[in-house]
Design a protein around this ligand. Structure first.
Ligand SMILES: [Zn+2]
Length: 201
């Protein structure tokens, strides 16, 4: 795609659609950090974005789009214990701010808080997950999150491996699945059963 084209396709942080954008302001070089910046208008929602790139003529994944995408909770947070809800929401906020390492660490923390909430007594997260009385596939999920979280929490053991946006996104997806099974679904079943008892009596 040549730089002269004034229509490009991006993921819109406002309407979440992958759609066409029209160039609004021609490229300017930032005098503070030497990056190149352009402004675009979403053809779907008319939202304005600013794209910052370090090198001219490069439109790959290295570009930065502002505002950054905010992600909303995909599960019923009212069914989560307060401290776990807080960690989960913080991981979403970190992700939205582009702090992917912190986001993954908060996912790991949410898993550890869950283990403690469910009565885990051991010290290490590995053992705490093993202690949990949950389905073995869920345990696998929790161990994956533990592993990713370790990358962020203990960078000395995995020097050089970076946590990128896609890693944080996967960690959040997995955390949501985990919390959905451990808290949300059982609470919802309880509620349905409660309703059924009311109808009977
Ligand atoms: Zn839009």
């Amino acid at each position: 795609m040549s730089d002269n084209e004034i229509i490009k396709v991006f993921d819109c942080p406002h309407c979440s659609a992958r759609c066409q954008f029209n160039l609004a302001v021609e490229e300017l070089e930032c005098q503070t950090n030497g990056s190149y910046q352009t402004s675009w208008i979403c053809q779907n929602c008319s939202g304005i974005i600013v794209i910052r790139r370090l090198y001219q003529y490069t439109w790959d994944h290295s570009i930065d789009i502002f505002p950054r995408t905010k992600i909303k909770p995909k599960i019923r947070i009212d069914k989560l214990p307060e401290n776990i809800k807080k960690d989960y929401l913080e991981s979403l906020r970190d992700y939205g701010n582009g702090c992917y390492v912190s986001s993954v660490i908060m996912c790991r923390r949410a898993i550890q808080q869950t283990c403690l909430d469910k009565g885990a007594k051991k010290i290490k997260l590995f053992d705490q997950i093993e202690e949990l009385n949950i389905d073995k596939n869920l345990k696998k999920l929790a161990h994956k999150l533990r592993f990713w979280g370790n990358k962020g929490a203990h960078p000395d053991i995995l020097l050089g491996e970076k946590i990128e946006e896609k890693d944080a996104k996967i960690a959040i997806d997995f955390t949501e699945k985990f919390l959905q099974y451990v808290y949300v679904i059982p609470k919802e079943i309880e509620e349905i059963e409660g309703e059924a008892v009311k109808v009977k009596s």
